[in-house]
Design a binder for this molecule. Structure first.
Ligand code: C2E
Ligand code: CA
Ligand code: CA
Length: 725
């Protein structure tokens, strides 16, 4: 009756665990393993009760032992699977924690159990070993559960509590049974049997406990070192004990193994901790430049402001953004861009004090937080140090590249009273510097208005194009040697109803961004050709130059539109020059090349505007149907005073001639520059010295005042200077 009852209990427990594995998906594999272990255990029990118990001197180990002992590997694997569920820790650590705890407990258990068992043992070594295998395996399992608990940060939920209890109870039962057997009792008594039943009952109970996943695994050092530490200490205690009273060799061996495993575990923990520290470092460092990253920067700004608020110190924040970085990337490839940033990190780093914080905020944007107290003066000094650092060219892919940056400055508490706003305002100042082409700007509240204005303008622009608020001004272009007007550049203005006459810089960027540029260019080409028709009718043989933007050059319909407009106004294609910037042809080289070639087929000239400010490659230039280079006014204006600028202009003119192109210098403001350009062999000039951009009426007067024939001595047209922009 008694043995049948216990067999029935095992069957029911195995069935319960299996049912759970079938019904609930979560950790199914783990519970199937445990159910299989229990089922085999049950088979062992049936074998024993039905057969071996009644056999005279049943062998030890018997077939039943094989089945019983199967419970352990199955449970061991099941417990490990349970612990690994959702855990992010390295499985090696989980296993080792279990091994250390298991060995430690086994060592303790061996010290307590093995000696008395051995002392009273009668029978073969194999029989004793078999009997001993149970409590030792139990201890390992219980130890494993303890290990798992440590891994879980000692979060003891119902599942792990019942699981641990089940194995401990099983251990108690096995020890009791063993003591009974070794003390000569032939037949197991009622007590161990009851305890066995409650152990499997607890297992079934554990299977059906709901899981609660609270906080993720704790990864701090102490809990990771706790388990190996505690058990290693226990093992050391055993070895000291052995010194006074000899332990069983098994217990001693287990103690030594525990210490070894604990050492390995500690090494692993150490590695995990180091990885963690490294991950934390990486999380705050920018890979490319090895500078702190945005996260760390923003956090530090926060902390600095919190402190400054208490001490009333001023804080200065700079945002540094490279100019034309995108163009550089497009022209030379991302490797070149990365290489530039890599070189830039240390270069900028040298300009800051060790107490300042320089960080890469992303892309080509850097942040510089000056150690408090730092006010406006300190910020301006830092900005000029940064500019100074960028003076030397960067050597990238064998090229010497000059890189400029725009810097925005914002101050606490003057410009902002919290970190977010401080960064935002430094950003606004940086954009302002970019828009105005200045080296740096200090934040001012009107910047916000400015960006609001830009949005408003964009929304009004489309009405302006269809209404008649836009007008064209015209700036003459002269032949350098003959001092004769040979061309006119059309420059757009917006006669805004409330804001007055707006320069193109106030609305062209907005038009490009809001998708209005195509419409705007259509209007400009149409109106400019209409004027050109008039000049031609009056007998002036002038080329018309019109600026076009990237969106125009990306539109495959654009060449057809140009051809149609020329035909409509009866202007010869050779009389029209389209000015494109290096930046706009780099936006999508393949598509733009195609459009440029088709424009060339139409017969219009192509001029490369603002030459020298972008990053177009010479090789690329050679393959494009360009007819002239227009040297940027930045170099021209400086050539009389700066040797570098003079050299750049000289080299550009030479380059143009080598490529079979003509050179046009814009921004000529005085006679000296004119003479210098003449000496360098530049073909054409444009600039305030000759004339400012003129409204159509003034242009008419300007042209009428000079005979069409050769004008050897053009006087600067000063009386018109004041009437235009
Ligand atoms: P840009 O094509 O380089 O045009 C020359 C600019 O230099 C004009 O400014 C002109 O007024 C100015 N300039 C001419 N001579 C001198 C001089 O001697 N000294 C100085 N300091 N400046 C001089 P503007 O009219 O304000 O145009 C600025 C830019 O706006 C143009 O630069 C061009 O990129 C763009 N833009 C102007 N009109 C149009 C247009 O119709 N379509 C497009 N897509 N862009 C335009
Ligand atoms: Ca131009
Ligand atoms: Ca230009």
């Amino acid at each position: 009756m008694r043995t049948w009852a216990s067999s029935a209990a095992y069957v029911i427990a195995a069935a319960l665990v299996l049912a759970r594995a079938i019904v609930i998906r979560e950790s199914r594999a783990a519970w199937i393993l445990i159910a299989v272990g229990l089922a085999l255990y049950c088979v062992g029990n049936l074998l024993w009760t039905l057969w071996l118990e009644n056999v005279e001197s049943a062998p030890i180990p018997s077939l039943a032992d094989a089945f019983w002992l199967s419970l352990y590997p199955a449970s061991y694997a099941g417990v490990v699977l349970l612990a690994r569920r959702g855990g992010s820790r390295s499985p090696a650590g989980v296993w080792l924690d279990g091994i250390v705890a298991g060995l430690g407990m086994a060592a303790l258990g061996a010290a307590i159990v093995v000696r008395p068992v051995l002392e009273s043992a009668s029978g073969s070594t194999l029989a004793v070993a078999t009997n001993l295998a149970y409590p030792v395996a139990d201890l390992i399992l219980a130890g494993l559960v303890v290990g798992m608990l440590a891994v879980r940060g000692w979060r003891l939920d119902a599942r792990w509590a019942s699981l641990g209890a089940a194995f401990l109870v099983l251990c108690v039962a096995d020890i009791l049974y063993l003591l009974q057997v070794t003390s000569g009792a032939n037949e197991a008594s009622l007590l161990p049997n009851l305890i066995y039943m409650s152990a499997v009952g607890l297992l079934a109970l554990a299977a059906w406990q709901p899981v609660r996943d609270a906080a993720p695994d704790r990864l701090d050092g102490w809990s990771m070192l706790l388990v190996p530490g505690a058990f290693a200490l226990a093992a050391v205690g055993l070895m000291i004990h052995d010194h006074f009273e000899r332990l069983d060799p098994l217990g001693l061996a287990l103690a030594v193994l525990t210490i070894l495993a604990a050492l390995v575990r500690t090494a692993l923990s150490f590695r995990d901790l180091r990885t963690l520290a490294q991950t934390r470092h990486e999380a705050t460092t920018d890979e490319l430049t090895s500078l702190p990253n945005r996260r760390l920067f923003l956090r530090t700004v926060d902390e600095t402001i919190a402190k400054a608020r208490a001490t009333q110190d001023p804080v200065a924040l700079l945002i540094i953004d490279l100019d034309q970085f995108k163009e550089l990337n497009d022209a030379l490839g991302h490797h070149a861009g990365d290489e530039l940033l890599r070189q830039l990190g240390p270069r900028l780093g040298e300009t800051v004090r060790s107490t300042d914080l320089l960080a890469r905020l992303g892309g080509d944007e850097f942040g510089l937080l000056l150690a408090a107290p730092a006010g406006r003066d300190a910020a301006l000094k830092a900005a000029s140090r940064v500019r100074e650092a960028l003076r030397q060219p960067f050597e990238i892919q064998g090229l010497h590249l000059h890189v400029a940056a725009s810097i925005g400055i914002a101050l606490f508490p003057l410009d902002a009273d919290d970190a977010d706003r401080l960064v935002q305002h430094a950003d606004a100042a940086m954009y302002r510097a970019k828009a105005r082409g200045t080296a740096w700007e200090v934040y001012s509240p009107e910047f916000d208005e400015h960006s609001r204005d830009a949005l408003e303008l964009a929304s009004e622009l489309s009405d302006a194009i269809s209404g008649d608020q836009l007008e064209l001004h015209f700036q003459p272009i002269a032949d350098v040697r003959e001092r004769r007007i040979v061309g006119i550049e059309a420059l757009v203005r917006w006669n805004h109803p409330t804001r007055g006459l707006l320069p193109p810089s106030a609305f062209i960027p907005a038009a490009e961004q809001s998708g209005l540029m195509r419409n705007l260019t259509r209007w400009i080409i149409d109106s400019a050709l209409e004027c050109a028709r008039t000049w031609h009718d009056q007998g002036h043989d002038l080329r018309l130059s019109v600026n076009v933007s990237a969106p125009d050059l990306l539109d495959v319909e654009f060449p057809n539109e140009v051809a149609a407009a020329l035909a409509e106004h009866g202007v010869a294609p050779a009389s029209l020059v389209l000015e494109v910037t290096e930046t706009s042809i780099m936006s999508d080289r393949v598509r733009v090349s195609d459009v440029l070639r088709r424009l060339d087929d139409v017969g219009v000239g192509i001029s490369l505007d603002d030459f020298g400010t972008g990053y177009s490659s010479l090789l690329h230039l050679k393959t494009l149907p360009v007819s002239e280079l227009k040297i940027d006014r930045g170099f021209v204006a400086g050539m009389a005073t700066s040797a570098t600028d003079w050299e750049i202009v000289r080299a550009t003119i030479q380059l143009a001639h080598n490529l079979g192109l003509s050179a046009v210098a814009e921004g000529v403001e005085d006679e000296a520059t004119w003479q210098a350009l003449c000496a360098l062999g530049c073909e054409m000039i444009q600039g305030y010295f000759l004339a400012r951009p003129l409204p159509p009426g003034d242009l008419h007067a300007f042209l009428a005042a000079r005979p069409l024939a050769v004008e050897r001595e053009i006087e600067p047209y000063t009386n018109l200077l004041n009437s235009s922009l």
